[in-house]
Design a protein. Structure first.
Length: 364
């Protein structure tokens, strides 16, 4: 019986196809040609629209020329950029269209029950408002016990580009490439005096390291001081691991929920890399930052902290540090070096991220 039903259905389908063919044959050839052309045009339009939508969703970079920034779509940017450019005529600004929704970015950077440790931490200090603490984590400590989960309000404030487009914070957006003449030995010495990096040989090594891998040498210096402090730490002075004294001044893989765990993880990484001298660790560390971050588009302090660059991978998780305030403090150090070396007004480029549906009011 089932076989008979299948046979009947096949016959009906066959008859339907025959009827359609007969109808098509009965249509004049001119009408058929016109219909075919219209169908082709329709398919072409659908393909073109699809391509346009894909292109519009892609992140892109565009040099700012004073006229190509949509003030309604991205409120509050133009005036700030124009003011900086007027004060520093040699500076250029690159608009980075992230194609990311502002609220979606904040949601992904904020508290998540699926993570063992937050993406953004602030010091446990009275220097910061109470509402900068995550309302969910509250007083829960992370890393070495002196860090707290940052609230959405704190993240909004630190991520809002309009809070950074000023003389004090703009170096968070500096493109971290080596520029001959803009970065000098004397500039590095001005920042490293009295620190564990003090000395002509180290300053020259830092300039050479930057030149070798096309990375801003002042950035390298600021990152080292940010990670180690001016006096240095165990990881920059040398730590014994598996019978070998190792160095890790960039604190690479220095993660964990206790001081000992953080130290062990960073030392293990240094041991695996063969960093048994400070010089090897400096060279290897710079190359790590270049290949792991700068080469994949995270080529500013801001972008190394906030992973919003879509390089055919997931967003938000590939960040250099958890410290929410790190880009701000590193930028301060970098600017001071440029000013000390009288190169702050050289040809520098700043990459400014733009978010979709950015609120008109600047985040407080």
């Amino acid at each position: 019986m089932i076989e008979n039903m299948k046979t009947n259905q096949l016959e009906k389908i066959s008859n339907l196809i025959k009827n359609v063919k007969q109808i098509v044959k009965s249509i004049p050839i001119r009408i058929r040609i016109v219909a075919a052309i219209l169908l082709i045009v329709l398919i072409a339009i659908i393909i073109i629209v699809s391509i346009i939508r894909v292109e519009e969703s892609k992140q892109k970079y565009e040099i700012y020329d004073g006229t190509n920034l949509d003030e309604e779509r991205y409120p509050g940017y133009k005036e700030l950029i124009d003011e900086l450019q007027a004060s520093h005529p040699n500076w250029t600004f690159t608009l980075f269209y992230t194609r990311l929704e502002w609220e979606e970015v904040i949601a992904n950077e904020g508290h998540s029950d699926t993570r063992t440790s937050p993406l953004n931490l602030i010091p446990d200090s009275s220097n910061y408002p109470e509402d900068w603490r995550c309302a969910i984590c509250r007083d829960k400590r992370y890393d070495n016990g002196t860090w707290l989960c940052a609230s959405d309000k704190a993240i909004r404030h630190q991520m809002d580009p309009r809070n950074i487009l000023n003389e004090d914070n703009i170096f968070q957006f500096l493109e971290l490439k080596f520029t001959e003449g803009a970065q000098t030995v004397e500039g590095i010495k001005s920042l490293t005096e009295g620190s564990f990096l003090e000395g002509d040989s180290i300053a020259e090594a830092l300039i050479q390291a930057g030149r070798n891998v096309n990375v801003d040498a002042y950035f390298i210096t600021a990152r080292l001081i940010q990670e180690q402090g001016r006096s240095g730490t165990t990881l920059s002075r040398g730590y014994e691991y598996n019978g070998v004294i190792v160095y890790n001044p960039f604190n690479i893989n220095a993660t964990g929920n206790s001081s000992e765990e953080i130290l062990q993880n960073a030392a293990e990484y240094a041991y695996e890399q063969g960093w048994d001298s400070l010089e090897k660790a400096l060279i290897g560390g710079v190359d790590f930052v270049r290949s792991g971050y700068i080469d994949v588009g995270q080529n500013t302090l801001y972008l190394q902290k906030f992973d919003i660059v879509n390089q055919d991978r997931t967003l938000y998780s590939h960040q250099y540090m958890q410290n929410l305030l790190a880009p701000e403090s590193e930028a301060t150090n970098m600017k001071s070096i440029y000013e000390a070396s009288a190169t702050v007004d050289t040809n520098l480029n700043f990459i400014v991220p733009l978010y979709e549906n950015t609120p008109e009011e600047v985040s407080e």
